[in-house]
Design a binder for this molecule. Sequence first.
Ligand code: PLP
Length: 384
Amino acid sequence: MPTYARMPVTFERGEGAWLWSTDGRRYLDAISGIAVCNLGHAHPAVARALCEQAATLIHTSNLYGIAPQDNLAAELCGLAGMDNVFFCNSGAEANEAALKLARKYGHGQGIAQPKVVVMDNSFHGRTLFTLSATGNAKVQEGFEPLVDCFIRVPHGDAAAVAAIQDQDVSAILVEPVQGEGGVRVPPDDYLPALRQICDARGWLLMLDEVQCGMARTGQWFAFQHTGIRPDVMTLAKALGNGVPIGACLARGEAAGVLTAGKHGSTFGGNLLACRAALTVLATLREQHLVARAGELGQMLLEGFRAGLAGNPHVLDVRGKGLMIGIELDTPCAELTTRALEQGLLINVTADRVIRLLPPLILSDEEARLLIDGVIRLVNDFTAH
Ligand code: PLP
């Protein structure tokens, strides 16, 4: 089905931060399959683990014990300070699990029609429940009736959440850094303020870390830049470095809500996907890539700020770690095509925000290539 407006290029091979197209051209990848291939392409440790696992056992079923799934759950819970995990295959499914959890938790609190607070410009997925949670009319258009249980407020505005009087709320769902919405980083005190509101009112704080999690922002999980912990957190994208896997982690009371028979997935947490994710965690740790993402992010931010300082059409250069947004004063979607022509893969989101999500294994030299390439593109574009 024509559900994607694809760019005129097809890739057949990758290595590190580079991709090669079927016509033999080489491209520097500064989007990583939209925050998926954080270890770069064709990572040898991931490839080796997948080959080994495929030759041993790919899939059984959640009817039986799955050792790599238990190990992965233990590692993720250890890193995030959570208690348990439901595994699925995508970000939308991870959020679907979180939203079901919030509903059931609400019923447990005696709320007949539980509601979830969500944010303007958010993105949580394309299933009916998650697109209803998403703060983007284009994503929702044509799929009415939507799931009608959301209260929407501006992202980054804790006072707007505190002002909610509705007695039927059971949870907040929020991206610690918005991705699709335009790389929006909220104030430092935002998540702590949401945590306080949730504690005072008995709501669950549910963080969608599908895009910003897995070391991208310079911490294992973006909430770790603050002193708080969520009740529920969702992951996907970079968890498998390209092998589909999603996860919904829970803590405390939230960890006891989804019991046997209340949720499930045929593929979720199968041996192959979990082995990929375990290898991703080990590689991020061994190669010190969490700290490296923070350093590289700083280097890129400084480079862009310095290089674009004199350009009046650049409204903002912002980001957290390797999640970087350059906001222009005009729509700039065509920059993706111009970049492609120059052998560079970038993305534009929210109409006028250049979004960069390079792999965490980028070298300093590749980072400089990226800085120079993007500055040149932006200056050429705004000059005409
Ligand atoms: N949540 C966030 C924050 C995302 O950025 C995305 C995808 O871009 C999703 C959820 C949905 O993930 P998936 O496309 O794997 O369903």
